[in-house]
Design a protein around this ligand. Sequence first.
Ligand SMILES: Nc1c(NC[C@H](O)[C@H](O)[C@H](O)CO)[nH]c(=O)[nH]c1=O
Ligand SMILES: CC(=O)[C@@H](O)COP(=O)(O)O
Length: 156
Amino acid sequence: MQTIDAEFDASGARFAVVATRWNDAIVDLLVEGALEVLRDAGVDDADITLVRVPGAFELPLVCDRLADSGDYDAVIALGAVIRGETPHFDFVAGECARGLAAVAVENSIPVTFGVITADTMEQAEERSRPGEDNNKGIEAASAAVEMVGILRQIDE
Ligand SMILES: Nc1c(NC[C@H](O)[C@H](O)[C@H](O)CO)[nH]c(=O)[nH]c1=O
Ligand SMILES: CC(=O)[C@@H](O)COP(=O)(O)O
């Protein structure tokens, strides 16, 4: 039986990190966590591209352009959508998640979901703490590194 399993050496792989400016105090911590994971996996800074977009609703389009370029092995999407008084949260968060999933399948490269969806700022803060496993930037970057390793083995 052949087993294809995670590899956590992503040296030579190219990553795009797309992060929102909305809730930047939270999202900047996600970016820091994601970059730490990539560097620990052997990724050179020269192989990391960071793009800032206005909000989570804009993540799918920019991630699609980067994925379609053929210049990256994975795209990491980072943001924080925090519920307000109206149903706007549902549309922003829902379309962001739906759009990012579609980009991954349409371009056949990993597009990982590092977007916090929270009812309160406190919940968002809990999911962006530096160095903690539930930091969504660490989670998304770890998934991207793992997926690059898996796809490399499939493509061998
Ligand atoms: N409320 C949040 C937003 N809203 C902005 C949208 O994402 C979008 O930029 C706007 O509707 C213009 O197209 N974005 C977040 O990332 N987080 C929020 O909490
Ligand atoms: C997620 C959002 O768009 C939200 O912050 C908007 O707040 P509100 O529903 O009070 O307009």
